[in-house]
Design a protein around this ligand. Structure first.
Ligand code: 5GP
Length: 215
């Protein structure tokens, strides 16, 4: 039997912009980490922020930490897909390598809030997949925020307030997953990613493949 010239799992496809949003403490950072460890074809889009690093955070890995003047310069030079004010600091998604890499089938993971999601979606509806993670309850969310032990009481209160407002934007997402258990939540998020990769319009290699089938 003749071998297929192109293994079907190697067909060319366009990358996607996979957005994970949730209120702080709902587990999106854990889910993001699990996804990046398990999936070679997805890279984290590292945001730029004016907030100071928390203990253990590394410049260029968790964020690019910049001062206000540098952030202003980037805004002026149109270096961002989107940017927003969060907790008195600014956060933005640098365009950098993303545009070209999508064409080569590279997926990007975005850990951004609803404002950023809206802006990204407006700029590129075709490539964006929006997933929102909810905590199982408000009490559990507060418990998770406190167990971090890195933020002052006033910051925790501000985060709880913001969490409620973040949750109110759940209906602006394509998928909503409740994070009761990290493993189960991760499995669901991975199924979403797998299915989205299979969408016909993303599988740019299908046209030559089908032509070959029909010839
Ligand atoms: P944290 O300071 O806890 O790392 O992040 C605070 C909030 O900023 C989170 O809700 C996070 O999703 C949001 N954020 C992080 N990076 C970006 C970004 O590039 N753009 C926008 N709009 N929000 C971001």
């Amino acid at each position: 039997m003749a071998e297929s010239p192109t293994p079907t799992d190697k067909l060319a496809r366009r990358g996607l912009m996979f957005i994970l949003s949730s209120p702080s403490g709902a587990g999106k950072t854990t889910i993001s980490r699990m996804l990046l460890e398990a999936e070679d074809e997805i890279k984290l889009s590292v945001s730029v922020t004016t907030r100071p690093p928390r203990p253990g955070e590394i410049d260029g890995v968790h964020y690019y930490f910049v001062d206000d003047a540098e952030f202003d310069r980037m805004v002026e030079e149109d270096d961002f897909y989107e940017w927003a004010h969060v907790f008195g600091h600014r956060y933005g998604t640098p365009k950098g390598r993303i545009r070209n890499a999508l064409k080569d089938g590279q997926d990007f993971l975005f850990d951004i809030d609803w404002q950023g999601t809206q802006q990204l979606y407006q700029k590129d509806q075709q490539d964006v997949v929006r997933v929102f993670i909810l905590p199982p309850s408000i009490a559990e969310l507060e418990r998770r925020l406190r167990s971090r032990g890195t933020d002052a009481e006033t910051v925790i209160e501000a985060r709880m307030e913001r969490a409620r407002s973040e949750i109110s934007h759940w209906d602006a997402y394509d998928y909503v997953v409740i994070n009761e258990d990290a493993q189960a939540c991760f499995a669901k998020v991975r199924e979403i990613l797998d299915a989205e990769r299979m969408k016909r319009q993303r599988q740019t290699g299908l046209i030559p493949f089908v032509r070959e089938l029909m010839s």
